[in-house]
Design a protein. Structure first.
Length: 117
């Protein structure tokens, strides 16, 4: 299983980004997926997750209303739409394959998001 995140960059506060995580390996549509982030000097935190068909999604309270997770099973991609970016969103973002909402079994590479004030 390989998970490759992309779409990060340097943006101004108030801007938007769409991160992508491309998956290869076993059938993508069989698994839940999640996005995490880790800011400098801070612990990793989960920001969003969703089920096989995106019927069920979960978003961390700290980003609710600004972050949206989605997936395209035909393309084997999971997305994270981030709106109204804030400097505190600066972090390395990466995706993971989830076994339902219980634990992550594969982790991908990250993409860096830097938000300037």
């Amino acid at each position: 299983v390989q998970l490759q995140a992309s779409g990060g960059g340097l943006v101004q506060a108030g801007g938007s980004l769409r991160l992508s995580c491309a998956a290869s390996g076993p059938p993508f549509r069989n698994y839940y997926m999640a996005w995490f982030r880790q800011a400098p000097g801070k612990e990793r935190e989960i920001v969003a997750a969703l089920d096989w068909s995106a019927t069920s999604t979960r978003t961390a309270d700290s980003v609710k209303g600004r972050f949206t997770i989605s997936r395209d099973n035909a393309k084997n991609i999971v997305y994270l739409e981030i709106n109204n970016l804030k400097p505190e969103d600066t972090a390395l973002y990466y995706c993971a394959r989830a076994v339902m909402y219980t634990y992550m079994d594969y982790w991908g590479t990250g993409t860096l998001v830097t938000v300037s004030s």
